[in-house]
Design a protein. Structure first.
Lengths: 161, 684
């Protein structure tokens, strides 16, 4: 089955069996190594990607559904300037998730900042609900995302001036 | 791609071959035949008979087969491994392999075990229990059950092995790389010095990386020896969740004899633990369960009998520790139960039973620089425990124990406990922990250890920098393999922090003495060995079992959702005395993460906080803040650091269960307590 899509800004085409999940396709054929294949149930969020702008767990999506879509993985996001807001927020609060969940946490934080200019505790907790890795604590996580939101607001204000 | 994000399952080379394990499909039986599909050229399989050395994995003189020998002991036991150049094909061959069995029976379940299933017994006695029980007719009995807990989540685990130029090279993420080396050496029949284990990074664990990597590595090593190629074996996460370690089920029956004034004068405790099909770590688990169940109180007459039961479940051994928390859960819930029956405040009850002076563990170990009464007093004041407890008792007594009860259902609970670092000190298995620090030209310092962890590395850098006056940027934590790193033992229960940090300190002090006097490089190596029988007698359970202890007390306040019976956390207050604190922010962060983990375990993953929907009619945004988890530390402690990771599991569960009991008016004594269980009890 031919699957053509836009991955991190580049048009790519994959040939894959019908039953393949998107995470496996991206990991094996797309060489997207930041994706973690762990639960295959959409609960660990290690395989988070932006699919047409929405943050989704790629393990829950059949590969064929990604035809003609635009996908941004952590690798793609890393190239954008906006990830700096998230990373600055994390640094300010000394929030350092482990190597395994770091891409998922950065992607989720970025998604929060895209949707809320001033996220509250519940919006943050709700978004991170599925990430079970307990390498970091929740208070620092909340503070780190709020700090990131400050940088994002500043960036937007600067853009508007 | 930063190197950080490349893990074992991402690594693949053109010449690599892939292996998968075929597991048994029944819990117990004898294998009559194994039908492996016709394998094309380049593919082959191995069973236990093809192991060149010992087909065993051993820990502290207990062992289990690597690939099962004809008799299956649990469902999911590794029977054979198939490998070949195309991963998907190997997986398909494994799925199409048929194992036939002659018999199909399983051992009785844990609750109805027979004496023949008992795989280990350990006893602890002090004073004269029987005579005290005869003296009184006030006897209170309680049964405390902690259910099996599975890993909430895991990532692919495995190993890559290659045999080249007489060196067997293994890559794996293990908490105990030198055990990987030992196991591969025994299984492959080659000396340890011919095996190099490269330590891959790993994330937060539930101790599943203590033994499992040794199993995968040993199988991969045998396949690499046989094929002469690089072999990769990676287990899918769902198989790890299903067949790997779990927190064992533990049942503790406590009988307490009370004197006329209601004080506990004797306790008779029976502990049963399900250790699954193979008893690994049994002795350690029984010892730590006894230590926990013996509690911290000065009961002079105490008898504890702990049994490990063999069942047809997958081997259940260490899971976030060796069980001290489950023992303390029973002790703390039981003493609060007695306090309720005596109409007494739980803090007063605890104060009454603590030693007046010369504080000791029930095993006789003298406790220095720890004030248990201070912990209880501080936590009581900070949480306003006494007022809330009294108010909620009034609420409880006003309401009947039926479903129709209305209004606020609130409760509060308290617990105090301790945790030790690593394994208890076993004279016969004294594990050596070693550390090497080297001062090179331009004041570059390198710290070599097989331990893992970024936070730990930062603590070592800070410690070394402080002693030698160096900038942390000039200090390097050497990562590598078992041929260049000293054996730092298993990374287990904060022993990295307590033991290894002390060794870093000693090495740096040694370097400071010789600095500017000796030529560079100056190399200092220090080792730690557990003291002998005079300090801890592991057979009689006498003395001080751990090198360092951490203490803590917790109060948990909850409100039961009257409709869904979700326990909503109103507040958690904790105070920790973990000895010397190297990095208070790291300790606070680790403490909070572990508190959430403990709450998750004890509530069975229930929703513990109000959702946005619950606040839909509240306009004041400030009220929608999440409940605060209060963490305080006793600072300026001179004791060596004991770590914080295991502590919340010893104190949070009991405090939570007591709070639920008070809120619902029903006495709970199990972990987990889910809304379904609460509903069932209310209905009954």
């Amino acid at each position: 089955m031919k699957i053509k899509l836009k991955l991190n800004g580049k048009i790519v085409e994959f040939d894959s069996p019908a039953e393949t999940r998107l995470v496996d396709l991206l990991k094996t054929s797309g060489k997207i190594q930041s994706l973690r294949t762990s639960c295959y149930k959409g609960i660990c969020r290690g395989c988070s990607i932006f699919l047409n702008g929405d943050l989704v767990s790629s393990c829950l999506i059949p590969a064929f559904q990604a035809r003609d879509t635009e996908i941004i993985s952590f690798e793609g996001l890393s190239k954008s300037d906006e990830i700096e807001d998230v990373l600055n927020g994390f640094d300010d609060e000394n929030f350092y998730p482990c190597d395994f969940c770091r891409p998922g946490k950065i992607m989720t934080a970025h998604s929060i900042l895209e949707n809320y200019s001033n996220p509250d505790d519940y919006q943050i907790m709700e978004a991170f609900e599925g990430i079970n890795c307990s390498c970091t604590d929740k208070s620092t996580l909340i503070r780190a995302v709020k700090a990131g939101a400050f940088y994002r607001r500043r960036r937007r204000r600067a853009r508007n001036i | 791609m930063p190197k950080d994000y490349v893990f074992l399952d991402d690594i693949s080379t053109r010449k690599m071959i892939f292996a998968h394990i075929v597991r048994s499909t029944i819990p117990k039986g004898t294998i009559s035949s194994i039908k492996v599909p016709d394998l094309p050229k380049g593919y082959f399989s191995i069973t236990g008979k093809d192991i060149p050395g010992k087909n065993l994995i051993s820990v502290f003189s207990q062992e289990m087969p690597l690939l099962c020998n004809n008799t299956v002991q649990y469902e999911g036991e590794p029977v054979l491994a198939i490998c070949g150049p195309v991963n998907d094909k190997v997986r398909r061959f494994c799925n199409n392999t048929i194992i036939e069995y002659d018999t199909d029976y399983s051992l009785l379940a844990f609750e109805n075990y027979k004496e023949t299933q008992v795989s280990g017994i350990k006893k602890f006695t002090r004073g004269s229990v029987d005579s005290k029980f005869k003296e009184t007719n006030k006897i209170i009995e309680g049964e405390y059950l902690t259910s099996v807990q599975m890993l909430p989540i895991t990532y692919p685990m495995g190993a890559i092995a290659k045999y080249k130029n007489n060196i067997l090279e293994i890559n794996t993420a293990s908490q105990w790389p030198f055990h990987v080396q030992k196991t591969a050496s025994e299984v492959c029949g080659i000396p340890k010095k011919g095996i190099q284990v490269n330590i891959e990074p790993y994330h937060h664990t539930y101790d599943e990386k203590l033994i499992l990597p040794s199993i995968y590595s040993a199988i991969a090593a045998v396949l690499a020896l046989k094929s002469g190629k690089q072999v990769k074996i990676v287990e899918e996460p769902f198989k790890i969740l299903q067949f790997s370690i779990k927190r064992p089920e533990v049942k503790i029956i406590r009988k307490s004899a009370l004197n006329d004034s209601g004080k506990i004068i004797a306790e008779d405790i029976e502990i049963n633990v399900d250790n699954g099909a193979y008893p690994l770590f049994t002795d350690e688990i029984l010892s730590q369960l006894i230590l926990g169940a013996a509690s911290i109180y000065s009961t002079t007459n105490l008898r504890i009998k702990a049994k490990s039961i063999r069942t047809s479940s997958p081997p259940m051994n260490v899971f976030k520790g060796c069980g001290i928390g489950m023992g303390i859960f029973s002790a703390e819930t039981h003493i609060s139960r007695i306090a309720t029956l005596r109409d007494m405040n739980p803090i007063e009850m605890r104060m009454e039973h603590l030693a007046k002076k010369n504080q000791k563990l029930p095993t006789g170990g003298v406790l220095k620089q720890i004030n248990q009464k201070e912990l209880l007093t501080v936590i009581g004041e900070k949480s306003d425990f006494n007022r809330k407890y009294s108010a909620y008792e009034v609420l409880k007594k006003k309401q009947s124990g039926k479903l129709k009860r209305q209004g606020t259902l609130r409760g509060i609970g308290i617990a105090i406990g301790y945790a030790g670092n690593g394994f208890t000190r076993k004279r016969e298995n004294r594990e050596a922990y070693s550390m090497e620090v080297q001062l090179n030209q331009n004041d570059k310092l390198s710290i070599s250890s097989s331990s893992n962890g970024t936070t730990l590395g930062n603590i070592w850098k800070e410690t070394a920098g402080r002693i030698l006056g160096l900038d942390s940027k000039s200090i390097e934590i050497v990562r590598g393999d078992t041929t260049i790193l000293p054996n730092s033992g298993p990374s287990f229960l904060s022993n990295d922090l307590s033991i290894m940090t002390n060794l870093v300190e000693k090495c740096c002090i040694g370097i400071r003495k010789h600095r500017f006097q000796k030529p560079l490089p100056i190399i200092e190596k220090r080792s730690f060995k557990s003291p002998g029988k005079d300090v801890w007698d592991s057979e009689k359970l006498k003395g001080m079992p751990f090198n360092a202890l951490s203490w803590g007390a917790a109060v948990v306040e909850i409100e039961l959702d009257p409709v869904f019976l979700h326990p909503i956390i109103r507040g958690v207050w904790t105070i920790f005395d973990i000895g010397r604190i190297h990095d208070i922010e790291a300790a606070r962060s680790a403490g909070e993460a572990e508190i959430y983990e403990s709450l998750n375990w004890v509530s069975g993953g229930s929703q513990l906080f109000r959702t946005r929907m619950d606040f839909i009619d509240i306009e004041d945004n400030e009220k929608t803040d999440l409940p605060e988890i209060n963490i305080d530390f006793i600072k300026n402690s001179k004791r060596s650091s004991g770590g914080i990771s295991q502590l919340p599991d010893t104190i949070i569960p009991s405090a939570f269960v007591q709070a639920i009991s008070q809120a619902s008016g029903i006495y709970f004594d199990t972990i987990p307590v889910t809304p379904e269980i609460i509903f069932k009890h209310l209905e009954d």
